[in-house]
Design a binder for this molecule. Structure first.
Ligand code: FAD
Length: 421
């Protein structure tokens, strides 16, 4: 296995990796994607936001995504006790796509990766990045799972390894998230929903009746199945479901997770009724402590994309959108650098990316101090304000023309005050 040299090595072929690879290849750069797993592979994160359709289009993958038969999505619905409200993403302040899809990520991620390959990108599956040397140009040590290791030299490295967080771990960039540790227990179901009023075109976020920290997602797919999950602090979830009072042990088995998921679903009357005939398809999964942060997002040798950088919280389905936006922004910045321009990675990449992440942060924090929940369930919303908030829920968190982006905290606080008065 001789040493190879490429312009850009990309770690991971999830949405951020495939999109970045496509955009860089289209500009004539030699790109190599190294992916640890073989596709299709399971990933969590199945509800997209319309804003990401712009990036999919930029990567010339829109037609393939539109034709794949994924579940159409035009908004988000929220329920708490007897309150129900919904956002129609086509009725928003910011210009741009107002609809998107709910996707099984195994198929969606494979589709994007296959599109990148058909455009000419090389993806090596079953190849795990083990270490990096940054003493000169970046040099990656890659194992092919058959006991062989190869060195890949690159002018630049993009870390698109998601929760693998390869460079944050190898380069000691990890920084604790400011958000508390939360867990998600989830599964796919044959939903057997008979309620004619259930809107399959929207993600449904339900709030636990007695504990507003705990919430559920229900994401319909196009074939009568749904993704369902419950999110909360591990101690709350384990004690409310009768498993234990101190969180989830490392030995927790899938049958316990199935019971926890079912018990938690049955505690929310709306979901209990909706999913009365549902059947679990897989063994339930558990993700613990997924919120993460880093000390730095990029230098002149590498940049972190998507979840390899900061991950906030799943409540507004912002993960794939942030991953794709980061891919688009990083690809443009890498091209400038490789073409000989001077680039300031903090100013040209990290700060613009963080603008959107920080907008989402305002809303995530306000979700968990319940003030945003108060605002969305307010029964007489101002239509213009609703459109501006709707833009953010549709993923347009970088649109400075939207006052709820440029002054996200102040504006949101004003709305909450208005609702209270
Ligand atoms: P990923 O899609 O995770 O891809 C990373 C790839 O890197 C993987 O294929 C992995 O195999 C590979 N890799 C890892 N380590 C290595 C290595 N050493 N060498 C080579 N390859 C490697 N987002 C949404 O948009 N909508 C949602 O509804 C949503 N729900 C969520 C629910 C929960 C409970 C959680 C925790 C997250 C959710 N997210 C959601 C977030 C979403 O899962 C991520 O933001 C998204 O998958 C990030 O994409 P990515 O391209 O950064 O990484």
């Amino acid at each position: 296995y001789p040493t190879e040299a490429v312009d850009i090595a990309i770690i991971g072929a999830g949405p951020s990796g495939s999109i970045a690879a496509s955009l860089l290849h289209a500009q004539g750069k030699k790109v190599l994607v190294l992916e640890k797993q073989h596709f299709p592979r399971f990933s969590i994160g199945e509800s997209l936001l319309p804003c990401c359709m712009q990036v999919i289009d930029e990567a010339n993958m829109l037609e393939a995504v539109n034709q794949a038969g994924f579940q159409f999505k035009n908004g988000a619905a929220f329920r708490h006790q007897d309150k129900y409200t919904s956002f129609d993403f086509t009725d928003k302040f910011t210009q741009g796509p107002g609809t998107t899809f709910q996707v099984e990520r195994a198929n969606f991620d494979k589709l994007l990766a296959d599109e990148a390959v058909s455009q000419g990108v090389e993806i090596r599956y079953g190849h795990t990045v083990e270490s990096i040397d940054l003493s000169a140009e970046p040099s990656l040590s890659v194992s092919n799972g058959k006991g062989q290791t190869q060195t890949i030299n690159a002018k630049f490295v993009l870390d698109a390894s998601g929760f693998g967080r390869v460079l944050p771990r190898l380069l000691d960039l990890e920084k604790p998230s400011t958000l508390p540790t939360r867990s998600a227990v989830f599964n796919h179901i044959h939903d057997n929903i008979s309620d004619p009023n259930f809107d399959r075109n929207k993600i449904l976020i339900s709030v636990h009746p007695d504990n507003q920290d705990i919430w559920y997602w229900l994401i319909p797919f196009s074939d009568g199945r749904c993704s369902v999950g419950v999110v909360g602090e591990p101690e709350q979830l384990s004690s409310l479901s009768g498993y234990a009072s101190n969180g989830f042990s490392d030995e927790i088995g899938n049958s316990d997770l199935d019971k926890i998921l079912k018990t938690m679903i049955n505690q929310e009357p709306g979901l209990r009724a909706l999913l009365a005939d549902a059947e679990l398809i897989n063994e339930s999964g558990l993700l613990k402590g997924y919120s993460a942060n880093v000390k730095t997002l990029a230098t002149d040798k590498f940049a972190l994309l998507g979840n390899a950088g900061e991950f906030l919280d799943p409540v507004f389905s912002s993960g794939v959108t942030i991953a794709m936006q980061s891919a688009s922004m990083a690809a443009k910045t890498v091209i400038r650098q490789l073409d000989g321009e001077r680039v300031d990675w903090q100013q040209d990449y990290a700060e613009p990316l963080m603008k959107g992440v920080d907008t989402f942060r305002t809303y995530v924090e306000a979700w968990y101090d319940y003030s945003f929940q108060e605002a969305i369930f307010f029964d007489k919303p101002d239509p213009k304000i609703k459109q501006m908030i709707c833009s953010i829920l549709a993923g347009y968190a970088w649109d400075d023309n939207n006052p709820f982006v440029s002054e996200s905290k102040r504006r949101l606080n004003m709305v909450v005050e208005l609702c209270r008065s």
